[in-house]
Design a protein around this ligand. Sequence first.
Ligand SMILES: [Zn+2]
Length: 424
Amino acid sequence: MPDTADRVLRNARVDGRDDAVDITIVAGRIATIEPARAVDPATALPDTARGAPGPASLDLGGRYVSPGFVETHVHLDKSCIMDRCSAHEGTLAEAIREVAKAKAGFTADDVHARAAHTLERAILQGTTRMRTHVEVDPGIGLRGLEGVLRLVDEYRFAIDIEICVFPQEGLTDNPGTEELMIAALERGARVVGAAPYVDRDPHGQIDRVFAIARDFDAPVDMHLDFTLDVSRMDVAYVCAKTREHRYQGRVTIGHVSTLSALPAARFDAMAAMLADAGVAVTVLPATDLFLMGRGIDHDVPRGVAPAHRLVHAGVNASLSTNNVLNPFTPFGDCSLIRMANLYANIAQLGQRAELALCHEMITGRAAQILGATEHRVAAGAAADLVVLDCRDATQAVAQIATPLFAFKAGRMTMSRAPAVLHRP
Ligand SMILES: [Zn+2]
């Protein structure tokens, strides 16, 4: 163990090792991972789990240390507004309409307070990195951005936040919105988003979004093909634009629920096209389940794109939360391990390797979408970690394991005591 260690996580389990290990953290990074040494009972978990920022040495009792969870797609600005909206139809059109009405009353302080609440829930669930979408249009102006932008510094101790600005109420059909997107990028948004299906000319919006992204040398992250109508898909157009602008590896598309409705041969062709263009896919199981298939009274389709099949075809994919407590998704606890479990349920995945892949899609694969390629528990990597009350990634997904500790650059940011059974 290095003499300069800031912290040692003793008796831990990590991916790729059968034995228990000690993880030494120096200057915010993992310095060494070595076979576990005998533990001093005085530092055992029940005694050390109480206080943050916590002791320099922590015995994890053989629990699993995962890379911190990574949220690639979440809407902090419109979270926690169910008390201001209704969701009677449960359709996408109703959700956009209801949120547009509620947005008229948003102030920067109101957005900040709700977004901070949601963000803290995410941190308490073990999330250490996030891309959040923020809406701009002539109605909300930059108030949403102002509310969310403040969180980037306020919560830097626990989470890296990247803002993706996007035109939920249209771009080419909504004059003034493009200027606001540009203003948002000048003020700190890092990614250009889209919702092409809300404009009459979706390809026109896609063209403008790529043009803006090129001007700012920014990545692109679009909501795309958020229906079950396979007769009208924009995936091929986005892949073509990605190649044309040499944007391979910098474009992500979210939802793409149409992929769930394609016959196998057409799905395989689409997956090959995405892999070839280097376009990643974020699947948003909670929202897709809630909004898709409305109006169908039996054999209701799930409407959730098969992310695992995309990965097998060479596409990078992540699973993410999307909405929390609003008409797009009137529930949510910001738990990504629950989202991975939900996806496994929907996609009928039960084998060990399949469950481990679900975990990858909320950790390493998700981080890669955000440009963080070294997001793993390995010597040299940043110590952005979550300790789960289980033995490995498979159990974590299968059992929705409870996060007990989170660390950002080696500093403890969250702790939760394991539940105790009180016998008579
Ligand atoms: Zn979204």
